[in-house]
Design a protein around this ligand. Structure first.
Ligand code: COA
Length: 272
């Protein structure tokens, strides 16, 4: 019997927190135990000084095979409505936490990604997949609708016809197709996946962290706003960010205007 702590693995190297679903023998499907542990790990890492970017990946051949059909569905249903609602709160809870996480996040999709896996996939700001990875809304194949937000995820990210086909047929697609559909940013051969993700993480590590958090939240928020509401929100959001970081943007302006040491259109200013 695996202990709670074992269901999620993580280490922090050079500013990057590598967090991994760690039930490879169960294809990293999400049990209530794993969901509770993931929330603890996210808590522990969120405000650590030595963490600038969080990468979520999976041990073994899977990223995550979705919800655990046995422990998340069958066993909690058997305990009644209260247990079902609790299990939902615990999984949706950490996905929501991740959607608004303090640090930028990257889903590194190394293998199988099914059903409920689309929740954390969407929660991550960026997603890079192995070409060999397989994605599917498999719910229809075992007789339910794509719940836990999965339907919302595909309708938000991919065109309607593709979303409908994906949800109704339950056919899996590979990483290349997922990139073509924009379910992920890009796909690279599995052998290059970690290098590519590290490269992107390093770009993020060079940016002003206050501005990064404000930016990622703004992108998610404005999607559902009118233009005028967004314009107003962005003014307020920047002013709020200023109160956390008074020197960053001044330094950014100084290095461009006075020092002429970089061009914001082409790269980031040097942080002290
Ligand atoms: N829930 C519960 N158990 C799961 C699981 C899930 N979502 N996904 C995999 N497992 C378990 C299997 O039951 C098996 O357990 P066992 O070793 O005790 O028999 C183990 O993980 C390995 O799975 P297996 O099917 O043998 O691996 P595979 O590499 O041949 O196939 C998948 C991988 C992902 C294609 C296949 O496991 C699968 O279809 N899983 C379900 C995916 C799904 O529909 N998820 C959506 C849920 S919302």
């Amino acid at each position: 019997m695996m202990s709670t702590a074992d269901t999620v693995a993580f280490d922090v190297v050079d500013g990057i927190a590598w967090v991994r679903f760690n039930r490879p023998e169960k294809r990293n499907c999400m049990s209530p135990t794993l969901n509770r542990r993931m929330m603890e790990v996210l808590d522990e890492l969120e405000f650590r000084e030595d963490v600038g970017v969080l990468v979520l990946s999976g041990e073994g051949t899977a990223w995550s095979a979705g919800m655990d059909l046995k422990e998340y569905f069958r066993e909690t249903e058997a305990k009644g409505l209260g247990a079902t609602r609790q299990a939902q709160r615990e999984s949706y809870g950490w996905w929501r936490r991740l959607r608004w996480y303090q640090k930028p996040t990257i889903a590194m999709v190394n293998g199988w990604c099914f059903g409920g896996g689309y929740g954390p996939l969407y929660s991550c700001d960026l997603a890079i997949a192995a070409e060999e990875a397989k994605f599917g809304l498999s719910e229809i194949n075992w007789g339910i609708l794509p719940g836990g937000g999965a339907t919302k995820v595909v309708v938000d990210l991919i065109p309607m016809r593709d979303a409908m086909y994906h949800a109704m047929t339950g056919e899996a697609i590979d990483g290349k197709k997922a990139a073509e559909w924009r379910l992920v940013n890009e796909a690279v051969p599995l052998a290059q996946l970690k290098d590519r993700v590290t490269e992107i993480a390093k770009v993020l590590l060079e940016k002003n962290p206050v501005a990064l958090k404000a930016t990622k939240d703004a992108v998610r928020r404005v999607k559902e706003m009118t233009y005028d509401n967004a314009e107003d929100f962005l003014v307020r959001a920047q002013e709020a960010a200023n109160s956390f970081d008074n020197n960053g943007r001044k330094e950014g302006i100084r290095q461009f205007i006075d020092e002429k040491s970089y061009k914001p259109g082409l790269g980031a200013y040097k942080r002290g």
